[in-house]
Ligand binder design. Structure first.
Ligand code: HEM
Length: 467
Protein backbone atom coordinates (compact mmCIF):
# COMPACT_ATOMS: atom_id res chain seq x y z
CA UNK A 1 0.00 0.00 0.00
CA UNK A 2 2.06 3.00 -1.25
CA UNK A 3 0.92 6.23 0.36
CA UNK A 4 0.88 9.47 -1.71
CA UNK A 5 2.38 12.56 -0.13
CA UNK A 6 -1.18 13.92 0.17
CA UNK A 7 -2.23 10.90 2.22
CA UNK A 8 1.04 11.10 4.17
CA UNK A 9 0.48 14.76 4.98
CA UNK A 10 -3.32 15.11 5.23
CA UNK A 11 -2.99 18.87 5.17
CA UNK A 12 -1.25 21.70 3.20
CA UNK A 13 -0.81 24.72 5.42
CA UNK A 14 1.60 24.88 8.37
CA UNK A 15 -1.30 25.03 10.83
CA UNK A 16 -3.02 22.05 9.14
CA UNK A 17 0.25 20.10 9.10
CA UNK A 18 0.71 20.81 12.84
CA UNK A 19 -2.65 19.24 13.69
CA UNK A 20 -2.32 16.45 11.13
CA UNK A 21 -1.01 13.01 12.03
CA UNK A 22 -0.75 11.50 8.55
CA UNK A 23 0.80 8.04 8.55
CA UNK A 24 1.88 8.52 12.18
CA UNK A 25 -1.68 8.12 13.51
CA UNK A 26 -1.21 4.44 12.66
CA UNK A 27 1.14 4.28 15.70
CA UNK A 28 -1.73 4.49 18.18
CA UNK A 29 -3.65 1.82 16.30
CA UNK A 30 -0.77 -0.64 16.46
CA UNK A 31 0.57 -0.11 20.00
CA UNK A 32 -0.75 -0.85 23.52
CA UNK A 33 -1.61 1.96 25.99
CA UNK A 34 1.68 3.02 27.59
CA UNK A 35 2.64 2.05 31.19
CA UNK A 36 2.00 4.87 33.73
CA UNK A 37 5.20 6.58 34.86
CA UNK A 38 6.26 8.24 38.11
CA UNK A 39 7.61 11.71 38.90
CA UNK A 40 7.00 15.25 37.67
CA UNK A 41 9.73 15.66 35.10
CA UNK A 42 10.51 19.18 36.15
CA UNK A 43 14.28 18.94 36.49
CA UNK A 44 16.10 22.25 35.92
CA UNK A 45 17.47 20.58 32.80
CA UNK A 46 15.15 20.70 29.78
CA UNK A 47 16.72 17.67 28.09
CA UNK A 48 15.84 15.25 30.92
CA UNK A 49 12.63 13.22 30.94
CA UNK A 50 11.41 11.68 34.18
CA UNK A 51 10.12 8.12 34.47
CA UNK A 52 11.90 6.65 31.44
CA UNK A 53 11.48 2.90 31.63
CA UNK A 54 14.48 0.56 31.71
CA UNK A 55 13.84 -2.64 29.77
CA UNK A 56 16.09 -5.69 29.49
CA UNK A 57 17.17 -7.56 26.36
CA UNK A 58 19.46 -10.58 26.79
CA UNK A 59 20.56 -9.15 30.17
CA UNK A 60 21.43 -5.74 28.66
CA UNK A 61 19.67 -2.71 30.16
CA UNK A 62 17.91 -0.50 27.60
CA UNK A 63 16.53 3.01 28.14
CA UNK A 64 13.08 2.86 26.49
CA UNK A 65 12.54 6.03 24.41
CA UNK A 66 9.12 7.64 23.99
CA UNK A 67 7.05 6.22 21.11
CA UNK A 68 6.41 9.62 19.48
CA UNK A 69 8.70 12.54 18.68
CA UNK A 70 8.17 15.84 16.89
CA UNK A 71 10.57 18.65 16.12
CA UNK A 72 9.33 22.07 15.01
CA UNK A 73 11.94 24.58 13.79
CA UNK A 74 11.22 28.29 13.41
CA UNK A 75 12.59 31.79 12.96
CA UNK A 76 11.76 34.79 15.12
CA UNK A 77 9.43 37.08 13.16
CA UNK A 78 9.98 40.33 15.05
CA UNK A 79 12.40 41.67 17.67
CA UNK A 80 11.44 39.77 20.83
CA UNK A 81 10.94 41.66 24.08
CA UNK A 82 9.84 40.91 27.64
CA UNK A 83 6.24 40.47 26.48
CA UNK A 84 7.11 37.75 23.98
CA UNK A 85 9.35 36.13 26.59
CA UNK A 86 6.50 36.09 29.13
CA UNK A 87 3.93 34.68 26.69
CA UNK A 88 6.17 31.83 25.58
CA UNK A 89 6.95 31.00 29.20
CA UNK A 90 3.26 31.13 30.04
CA UNK A 91 2.25 28.64 27.34
CA UNK A 92 5.08 26.26 28.30
CA UNK A 93 3.99 26.38 31.95
CA UNK A 94 0.39 25.82 30.92
CA UNK A 95 1.43 22.58 29.20
CA UNK A 96 3.54 21.59 32.19
CA UNK A 97 0.58 22.04 34.51
CA UNK A 98 -1.50 19.88 32.22
CA UNK A 99 0.97 17.03 31.51
CA UNK A 100 3.75 15.47 33.64
CA UNK A 101 7.19 15.60 31.95
CA UNK A 102 7.19 11.82 31.60
CA UNK A 103 6.67 9.50 28.59
CA UNK A 104 2.94 9.24 29.18
CA UNK A 105 2.73 13.00 29.70
CA UNK A 106 4.58 15.45 27.46
CA UNK A 107 8.19 16.64 27.48
CA UNK A 108 9.02 19.87 25.63
CA UNK A 109 12.60 21.03 25.05
CA UNK A 110 13.20 24.51 23.59
CA UNK A 111 16.56 25.02 21.83
CA UNK A 112 18.05 28.19 20.31
CA UNK A 113 20.28 28.59 17.27
CA UNK A 114 23.23 30.93 16.73
CA UNK A 115 21.16 33.16 14.36
CA UNK A 116 18.91 34.05 17.34
CA UNK A 117 21.86 35.02 19.59
CA UNK A 118 23.55 36.97 16.76
CA UNK A 119 20.38 38.60 15.48
CA UNK A 120 18.38 39.48 18.59
CA UNK A 121 20.54 39.55 21.75
CA UNK A 122 24.09 39.93 20.37
CA UNK A 123 25.43 42.21 23.12
CA UNK A 124 24.21 40.01 25.97
CA UNK A 125 25.27 36.91 24.04
CA UNK A 126 28.81 38.26 23.75
CA UNK A 127 28.91 38.31 27.54
CA UNK A 128 26.94 35.19 28.48
CA UNK A 129 27.29 32.54 25.77
CA UNK A 130 29.40 29.70 27.26
CA UNK A 131 32.97 29.13 26.05
CA UNK A 132 34.40 25.67 25.27
CA UNK A 133 37.65 25.48 27.27
CA UNK A 134 38.96 22.37 25.48
CA UNK A 135 38.22 23.73 21.99
CA UNK A 136 39.75 27.08 22.98
CA UNK A 137 42.97 25.42 24.18
CA UNK A 138 44.42 25.62 20.68
CA UNK A 139 44.27 29.46 20.71
CA UNK A 140 41.25 31.61 19.83
CA UNK A 141 38.33 31.34 22.32
CA UNK A 142 35.61 29.08 20.87
CA UNK A 143 32.01 29.10 22.06
CA UNK A 144 30.20 25.99 23.26
CA UNK A 145 27.70 26.74 20.45
CA UNK A 146 29.30 26.81 16.98
CA UNK A 147 27.94 26.90 13.44
CA UNK A 148 27.27 23.42 12.09
CA UNK A 149 29.82 22.02 9.61
CA UNK A 150 29.73 19.42 6.81
CA UNK A 151 31.57 16.20 7.65
CA UNK A 152 33.72 14.21 5.18
CA UNK A 153 30.96 11.62 4.58
CA UNK A 154 28.28 14.30 4.11
CA UNK A 155 27.19 14.89 0.49
CA UNK A 156 28.09 18.39 -0.77
CA UNK A 157 24.42 19.40 -0.74
CA UNK A 158 23.90 18.80 3.00
CA UNK A 159 22.07 21.97 4.10
CA UNK A 160 23.55 23.84 7.08
CA UNK A 161 20.40 25.38 8.53
CA UNK A 162 19.89 28.84 10.07
CA UNK A 163 16.85 28.42 12.32
CA UNK A 164 16.47 30.68 15.37
CA UNK A 165 14.82 28.01 17.51
CA UNK A 166 13.50 24.48 17.69
CA UNK A 167 10.89 22.75 19.85
CA UNK A 168 11.41 19.04 20.57
CA UNK A 169 8.24 17.31 21.80
CA UNK A 170 8.34 13.75 23.19
CA UNK A 171 5.55 11.51 24.49
CA UNK A 172 3.99 8.06 24.27
CA UNK A 173 0.71 9.79 23.36
CA UNK A 174 0.47 11.25 19.85
CA UNK A 175 -2.39 13.56 20.81
CA UNK A 176 -0.32 15.13 23.63
CA UNK A 177 2.33 16.00 21.05
CA UNK A 178 -0.15 17.45 18.58
CA UNK A 179 -1.89 19.43 21.30
CA UNK A 180 1.45 20.68 22.65
CA UNK A 181 2.78 21.75 19.24
CA UNK A 182 -0.47 23.46 18.25
CA UNK A 183 -0.85 25.25 21.62
CA UNK A 184 2.71 26.62 21.49
CA UNK A 185 2.61 27.73 17.85
CA UNK A 186 -0.86 29.27 18.21
CA UNK A 187 0.39 31.26 21.21
CA UNK A 188 3.48 32.31 19.24
CA UNK A 189 1.51 33.32 16.13
CA UNK A 190 3.16 36.44 14.67
CA UNK A 191 6.13 36.08 17.03
CA UNK A 192 7.79 33.05 15.42
CA UNK A 193 7.41 31.62 11.93
CA UNK A 194 7.64 27.84 11.49
CA UNK A 195 10.25 26.64 9.00
CA UNK A 196 9.72 22.87 9.34
CA UNK A 197 7.80 20.12 11.13
CA UNK A 198 9.57 16.75 11.58
CA UNK A 199 7.79 13.71 12.97
CA UNK A 200 8.84 10.24 13.99
CA UNK A 201 8.84 7.24 16.27
CA UNK A 202 11.03 4.64 17.95
CA UNK A 203 10.75 1.34 19.75
CA UNK A 204 7.41 -0.13 20.64
CA UNK A 205 8.60 -3.73 20.34
CA UNK A 206 10.54 -4.28 23.58
CA UNK A 207 7.66 -6.30 25.08
CA UNK A 208 7.12 -8.35 21.93
CA UNK A 209 5.45 -7.62 18.62
CA UNK A 210 6.97 -6.17 15.43
CA UNK A 211 7.69 -2.70 16.87
CA UNK A 212 6.96 0.69 15.28
CA UNK A 213 9.79 0.88 12.71
CA UNK A 214 8.70 -2.40 11.09
CA UNK A 215 4.97 -1.67 11.35
CA UNK A 216 5.09 1.87 9.98
CA UNK A 217 7.62 1.19 7.24
CA UNK A 218 5.46 -1.76 6.14
CA UNK A 219 2.24 0.30 6.32
CA UNK A 220 3.86 3.01 4.21
CA UNK A 221 5.21 0.49 1.67
CA UNK A 222 8.84 1.58 2.05
CA UNK A 223 11.28 -0.61 0.04
CA UNK A 224 13.06 -3.05 2.38
CA UNK A 225 10.47 -2.74 5.16
CA UNK A 226 9.87 -6.49 5.15
CA UNK A 227 13.57 -7.04 5.91
CA UNK A 228 13.46 -5.12 9.21
CA UNK A 229 13.71 -7.64 12.10
CA UNK A 230 10.56 -7.86 14.25
CA UNK A 231 10.83 -5.90 17.48
CA UNK A 232 13.84 -3.78 16.49
CA UNK A 233 14.01 -0.30 17.99
CA UNK A 234 15.16 1.32 14.75
CA UNK A 235 14.93 0.60 10.99
CA UNK A 236 18.52 -0.74 10.82
CA UNK A 237 17.71 -3.58 13.20
CA UNK A 238 19.77 -2.87 16.34
CA UNK A 239 18.96 -1.34 19.72
CA UNK A 240 20.59 2.08 19.96
CA UNK A 241 19.65 3.13 23.47
CA UNK A 242 21.34 0.59 25.67
CA UNK A 243 22.09 2.25 28.99
CA UNK A 244 25.89 1.93 28.70
CA UNK A 245 25.93 3.67 25.32
CA UNK A 246 24.02 6.72 26.55
CA UNK A 247 25.40 9.46 28.75
CA UNK A 248 24.06 9.44 32.35
CA UNK A 249 21.44 12.20 33.03
CA UNK A 250 23.55 15.28 33.89
CA UNK A 251 26.86 14.41 32.18
CA UNK A 252 25.99 16.62 29.18
CA UNK A 253 25.19 19.69 31.31
CA UNK A 254 27.60 22.49 30.36
CA UNK A 255 29.08 22.53 33.88
CA UNK A 256 29.41 18.82 34.69
CA UNK A 257 32.67 17.73 33.03
CA UNK A 258 34.38 21.13 33.34
CA UNK A 259 34.66 21.47 29.54
CA UNK A 260 32.69 24.70 29.42
CA UNK A 261 33.23 28.13 30.99
CA UNK A 262 29.77 29.48 31.87
CA UNK A 263 30.83 33.12 32.04
CA UNK A 264 30.31 35.83 34.67
CA UNK A 265 26.85 34.83 35.96
CA UNK A 266 26.65 31.18 34.86
CA UNK A 267 23.44 32.19 33.05
CA UNK A 268 23.29 28.87 31.17
CA UNK A 269 24.11 26.55 34.12
CA UNK A 270 22.01 23.40 33.71
CA UNK A 271 21.94 23.97 29.95
CA UNK A 272 23.40 21.75 27.23
CA UNK A 273 24.02 21.53 23.47
CA UNK A 274 21.79 19.84 20.88
CA UNK A 275 22.66 18.71 17.37
CA UNK A 276 19.82 18.13 14.90
CA UNK A 277 20.24 16.44 11.50
CA UNK A 278 18.11 14.50 9.02
CA UNK A 279 19.55 11.29 7.53
CA UNK A 280 18.05 9.15 4.75
CA UNK A 281 18.57 5.38 5.28
CA UNK A 282 18.79 2.94 2.37
CA UNK A 283 17.11 -0.11 3.93
CA UNK A 284 17.48 -2.37 0.89
CA UNK A 285 21.21 -1.61 0.57
CA UNK A 286 21.62 -2.38 4.28
CA UNK A 287 19.77 -5.69 4.41
CA UNK A 288 20.61 -6.99 0.90
CA UNK A 289 24.28 -6.00 0.70
CA UNK A 290 25.26 -6.81 4.31
CA UNK A 291 24.57 -10.22 5.89
CA UNK A 292 23.91 -10.37 9.65
CA UNK A 293 27.57 -10.76 10.66
CA UNK A 294 28.55 -7.86 8.40
CA UNK A 295 25.76 -5.72 9.92
CA UNK A 296 27.17 -6.42 13.40
CA UNK A 297 30.74 -5.67 12.19
CA UNK A 298 29.54 -2.39 10.68
CA UNK A 299 27.33 -1.20 13.52
CA UNK A 300 29.48 -2.28 16.46
CA UNK A 301 32.99 -3.65 15.74
CA UNK A 302 34.51 -5.97 13.10
CA UNK A 303 34.43 -9.68 14.00
CA UNK A 304 32.46 -9.23 17.24
CA UNK A 305 31.05 -12.72 18.04
CA UNK A 306 27.25 -12.19 18.14
CA UNK A 307 24.46 -14.78 17.87
CA UNK A 308 22.46 -14.37 14.62
CA UNK A 309 19.22 -12.45 15.28
CA UNK A 310 20.61 -10.55 18.29
CA UNK A 311 19.31 -6.94 18.42
CA UNK A 312 21.06 -5.59 21.52
CA UNK A 313 24.84 -6.01 21.57
CA UNK A 314 26.46 -5.21 24.95
CA UNK A 315 28.80 -2.17 24.91
CA UNK A 316 29.99 -1.99 28.55
CA UNK A 317 32.41 0.78 29.70
CA UNK A 318 35.30 -1.62 30.18
CA UNK A 319 35.00 -2.78 26.55
CA UNK A 320 34.99 0.71 25.00
CA UNK A 321 37.32 0.82 21.97
CA UNK A 322 40.52 2.89 22.03
CA UNK A 323 42.04 4.65 18.98
CA UNK A 324 44.56 1.77 18.73
CA UNK A 325 41.69 -0.75 18.69
CA UNK A 326 40.02 1.12 15.83
CA UNK A 327 43.31 1.42 13.91
CA UNK A 328 44.17 -2.26 14.34
CA UNK A 329 40.64 -3.29 13.27
CA UNK A 330 41.21 -1.31 10.10
CA UNK A 331 44.64 -2.89 9.57
CA UNK A 332 43.29 -6.39 10.06
CA UNK A 333 39.82 -6.21 8.51
CA UNK A 334 39.83 -3.07 6.35
CA UNK A 335 36.77 -1.81 8.24
CA UNK A 336 35.65 0.12 11.32
CA UNK A 337 32.46 -0.24 13.37
CA UNK A 338 30.00 2.62 14.01
CA UNK A 339 30.12 2.28 17.81
CA UNK A 340 33.79 1.35 18.09
CA UNK A 341 34.94 4.26 15.88
CA UNK A 342 32.85 6.65 17.96
CA UNK A 343 33.93 5.38 21.40
CA UNK A 344 37.40 7.08 21.48
CA UNK A 345 35.41 10.38 21.40
CA UNK A 346 32.06 9.39 22.96
CA UNK A 347 33.43 7.60 26.06
CA UNK A 348 35.41 9.13 28.94
CA UNK A 349 39.09 8.31 28.49
CA UNK A 350 39.71 8.65 32.26
CA UNK A 351 37.73 8.91 35.53
CA UNK A 352 36.18 12.40 36.02
CA UNK A 353 34.71 13.86 39.22
CA UNK A 354 31.71 15.80 37.91
CA UNK A 355 30.64 19.25 39.14
CA UNK A 356 27.48 17.48 40.35
CA UNK A 357 29.62 15.38 42.74
CA UNK A 358 29.27 12.20 40.67
CA UNK A 359 32.42 10.16 39.90
CA UNK A 360 32.11 9.28 36.20
CA UNK A 361 34.28 6.24 35.48
CA UNK A 362 36.53 5.78 32.45
CA UNK A 363 34.49 4.27 29.59
CA UNK A 364 31.29 6.09 30.60
CA UNK A 365 29.38 7.34 27.55
CA UNK A 366 28.87 11.12 27.26
CA UNK A 367 26.42 11.94 24.41
CA UNK A 368 22.71 11.47 25.03
CA UNK A 369 21.07 10.51 21.78
CA UNK A 370 17.35 11.15 21.32
CA UNK A 371 17.18 10.20 17.66
CA UNK A 372 14.01 8.82 16.08
CA UNK A 373 13.08 7.11 12.84
CA UNK A 374 10.84 8.84 10.33
CA UNK A 375 8.99 8.45 7.03
CA UNK A 376 9.27 12.21 6.37
CA UNK A 377 10.77 13.03 2.96
CA UNK A 378 12.80 14.77 4.34
CA UNK A 379 10.32 16.72 6.54
CA UNK A 380 6.61 16.33 7.36
CA UNK A 381 6.16 19.97 6.39
CA UNK A 382 8.55 22.68 5.16
CA UNK A 383 8.16 26.44 4.92
CA UNK A 384 10.47 26.32 1.86
CA UNK A 385 9.78 22.98 0.11
CA UNK A 386 12.20 23.72 -2.76
CA UNK A 387 15.15 24.59 -0.49
CA UNK A 388 14.45 21.58 1.78
CA UNK A 389 14.12 19.17 -1.17
CA UNK A 390 10.60 18.05 -0.21
CA UNK A 391 9.66 15.00 -2.29
CA UNK A 392 6.68 12.74 -2.91
CA UNK A 393 5.92 9.67 -0.79
CA UNK A 394 7.35 8.24 2.41
CA UNK A 395 11.13 7.69 2.78
CA UNK A 396 13.01 5.76 5.49
CA UNK A 397 15.17 8.03 7.59
CA UNK A 398 16.29 9.25 10.99
CA UNK A 399 15.90 12.62 12.66
CA UNK A 400 19.18 12.54 14.55
CA UNK A 401 19.12 14.42 17.86
CA UNK A 402 22.00 14.31 20.33
CA UNK A 403 22.80 16.26 23.48
CA UNK A 404 26.50 16.91 24.11
CA UNK A 405 28.41 19.37 26.41
CA UNK A 406 29.30 21.50 23.33
CA UNK A 407 29.28 21.73 19.51
CA UNK A 408 32.97 20.81 19.43
CA UNK A 409 32.25 17.69 21.51
CA UNK A 410 29.61 16.63 18.96
CA UNK A 411 31.94 17.47 16.05
CA UNK A 412 34.56 15.19 17.61
CA UNK A 413 32.01 12.34 17.72
CA UNK A 414 30.89 12.86 14.15
CA UNK A 415 34.45 13.17 12.81
CA UNK A 416 35.34 9.92 14.66
CA UNK A 417 32.41 8.27 12.85
CA UNK A 418 34.31 9.15 9.65
CA UNK A 419 37.55 7.67 11.01
CA UNK A 420 39.12 11.00 12.12
CA UNK A 421 39.81 10.18 15.77
CA UNK A 422 40.32 12.84 18.49
CA UNK A 423 43.93 11.76 19.15
CA UNK A 424 44.85 12.49 15.51
CA UNK A 425 44.59 8.88 14.26
CA UNK A 426 43.36 8.92 10.62
CA UNK A 427 41.63 5.79 9.25
CA UNK A 428 42.31 5.68 5.50
CA UNK A 429 38.81 4.87 4.34
CA UNK A 430 37.13 6.90 1.60
CA UNK A 431 34.00 8.78 2.75
CA UNK A 432 31.00 6.42 2.70
CA UNK A 433 33.20 3.43 1.82
CA UNK A 434 31.58 0.07 2.64
CA UNK A 435 34.05 -0.44 5.54
CA UNK A 436 33.27 2.95 7.10
CA UNK A 437 30.67 1.90 9.61
CA UNK A 438 27.04 2.72 8.76
CA UNK A 439 27.99 5.65 6.55
CA UNK A 440 27.67 3.82 3.23
CA UNK A 441 23.87 3.43 3.67
CA UNK A 442 23.25 6.91 5.12
CA UNK A 443 22.78 10.31 3.43
CA UNK A 444 22.55 13.46 5.56
CA UNK A 445 20.37 16.26 4.13
CA UNK A 446 20.19 18.91 6.90
CA UNK A 447 22.22 19.95 9.99
CA UNK A 448 22.18 22.55 12.74
CA UNK A 449 23.59 23.05 16.25
CA UNK A 450 21.48 24.54 19.05
CA UNK A 451 21.90 25.67 22.66
CA UNK A 452 19.40 24.20 25.16
CA UNK A 453 19.06 26.66 28.07
CA UNK A 454 18.11 25.48 31.55
CA UNK A 455 14.32 25.52 32.10
CA UNK A 456 14.63 28.85 33.95
CA UNK A 457 15.97 30.61 30.82
CA UNK A 458 14.28 28.62 28.03
CA UNK A 459 12.02 31.42 26.72
CA UNK A 460 13.82 33.96 24.50
CA UNK A 461 17.05 33.65 26.53
CA UNK A 462 18.93 36.89 27.40
CA UNK A 463 16.07 39.17 26.25
CA UNK A 464 15.65 40.36 29.86
CA UNK A 465 19.40 41.06 30.04
CA UNK A 466 19.39 42.92 26.72
CA UNK A 467 16.23 44.90 27.63
C1 HEM B 1 20.86 6.28 10.79
C2 HEM B 1 21.83 6.60 11.50
C3 HEM B 1 22.28 5.89 12.74
C4 HEM B 1 21.93 4.71 13.26
C5 HEM B 1 20.94 3.69 12.73
C6 HEM B 1 22.70 4.56 14.47
C7 HEM B 1 22.64 3.44 15.24
C8 HEM B 1 23.42 3.27 16.34
C9 HEM B 1 23.47 2.05 17.10
C10 HEM B 1 22.68 0.80 16.81
C11 HEM B 1 24.36 2.26 18.09
C12 HEM B 1 24.78 1.26 19.17
C13 HEM B 1 24.08 1.65 20.38
C14 HEM B 1 24.26 0.73 21.50
O1 HEM B 1 25.37 0.25 21.66
O2 HEM B 1 23.30 0.63 22.23
C15 HEM B 1 24.83 3.62 17.99
C16 HEM B 1 25.71 4.18 18.87
C17 HEM B 1 26.08 5.49 18.78
N1 HEM B 1 25.80 6.35 17.76
FE1 HEM B 1 24.72 5.97 16.18
N2 HEM B 1 23.48 5.65 14.68
C18 HEM B 1 23.25 6.49 13.64
C19 HEM B 1 23.81 7.70 13.42
C20 HEM B 1 24.64 8.31 14.31
C21 HEM B 1 25.19 9.61 14.11
C22 HEM B 1 24.98 10.53 12.92
C23 HEM B 1 25.94 9.89 15.20
C24 HEM B 1 26.69 11.18 15.43
C25 HEM B 1 27.82 11.28 16.01
C26 HEM B 1 25.84 8.75 16.09
C27 HEM B 1 26.42 8.66 17.30
C28 HEM B 1 26.40 7.55 18.07
C29 HEM B 1 27.06 7.45 19.35
C30 HEM B 1 27.82 8.55 20.08
C31 HEM B 1 26.87 6.15 19.78
C32 HEM B 1 27.35 5.55 21.12
C33 HEM B 1 28.72 4.99 20.93
C34 HEM B 1 29.20 4.45 22.27
O3 HEM B 1 29.64 5.29 23.07
O4 HEM B 1 29.07 3.28 22.50
N3 HEM B 1 25.04 7.80 15.52
N4 HEM B 1 24.26 4.21 16.90
Amino acid sequence: MRLTRRELLLGGTAAAALGAAGVYELVDRVTEAPIRHFGEGRAPEQHLLDGLRIADDDGVEIVVPTLHHQMVTATVASRPGLEEQASLEQVLRHLENKHPGTPDGLAVTVAWGLPYFRGHVSGAAERHLPVDRRASASGKPRRALLDAIRFPSDPDDTLLEENDLAFLLRSDNLDHIQEGAKTILDAMDGVVEMTSIRKGFAGGGFDGGPGLPKQLATAAGVPGADLIPDGSELFLGFTSTQRHALGPPRIVNFETLGLVDLGPDSYFRGGTHMHLSHIFENLEAWYLNFDFAERVDTTFRPRLPVEPGTKTVPQPPEKAASPDDVASDFQRFGAIGHSSSLQPSSRLQADVMGADGTLYRKGTAVPQRADFNTLDNPFFWSGDPKRDGMAEGPAAGLHFVAFNPSSDDFHRNRLAMDGLLPDGTRIGLAPRARGQGLNSVLRTTHRQNFLVPPRSHRSFPLVEVAA
